[in-house]
Design a binder for this molecule. Structure first.
Ligand SMILES: Cc1cc2nc3c(=O)[nH]c(=O)nc-3n(C[C@H](O)[C@H](O)[C@H](O)COP(=O)(O)O)c2cc1C
Length: 206
């Protein structure tokens, strides 16, 4: 049985294109695989705390020696990691905010990138511990960053792919919705291109 984890983070609510396409992808992948379980983690509707001292100190403190605040901070991170571990497919929606991902998604990564749990240092190198999962990264941006003069300003895609790869999630498909800040015609083109990419990914996965 397949298990899909859908993580969304657009702060634009129902207008969010990264959320729309990530949702379409996750639900249509699920429809292709009868019996799939879909877990949704909407980081905009239910934001995580930013990590703080309770989490950082708590995760290197033995469970029975943690304060209440430390235990709660670590419990949340464990829950988020468990959702990831359980999934064979992860769909992530990320809105570009000031050339990077939303801070809500950064907070999610700050919880799940965990030494000894999702990655480890070994033989002078780093090993990601989450293996054999498929990731679909859906990014939405007002500008056009996949090529051209603004490509170097995309601090979202490379950063997210780096973090995913760091914890072992290297099998990544990237769907971009981009250029929507350039008027209705550009938006139509962006949506048509995203629709095409969506269908192609679904076909590939079938
Ligand atoms: C607060 C804010 C900051 C943004 N910063 C950028 C930016 O740095 N570069 C860009 O190309 N678009 C930027 N945009 C436009 C969004 O990336 C665009 O609306 C995109 O579709 C957002 O993803 P979403 O549709 O999933 O919400 C910004 C939008 C907001 C609301």
């Amino acid at each position: 049985m397949s298990h899909i984890l859908l993580v969304t983070s657009s702060p634009r609510g129902s207008e969010g294109l990264s959320t729309r396409y990530a949702h379409l992808l996750a639900t249509q992948l699920a429809a292709q695989r009868p019996g799939t379980t879909l877990t949704v983690r909407d980081l905009a509707a239910t934001p995580l705390n930013h990590i703080g001292e309770a989490y950082v100190v708590g995760r290197s403190t033995p469970p029975d020696a943690r304060t209440v605040a430390q235990a709660e901070a670590v419990r949340l991170a464990e829950e988020l990691v468990a959702e990831l571990v359980e999934a064979d497919t992860v769909v992530i929606g990320s809105a570009m905010i000031n050339f990077g991902p939303p801070s809500s998604l950064k907070a999610w990564f700050d919880h799940v990138v965990w030494p000894g749990v999702t990655f480890r240092y070994a033989d002078n190198s780093v090993e990601g511990l989450l293996k054999g999962k498929k990731v679909y990264l859906v990014t939405a941006a007002g500008g056009h960053f996949s090529e051209g003069p603004l490509a170097a300003w995309d601090h979202q895609s490379g950063y997210l792919k780096h973090l995913l790869g760091f914890i072992g999630l290297t099998d990544i498909e990237h769907l971009r919705v981009e250029g929507t800040a350039h008027g209705p015609e550009a938006t139509q083109l962006a949506l048509a291109s995203a629709d095409k990419a969506l269908q192609s990914l679904l076909k590939q996965a079938a």
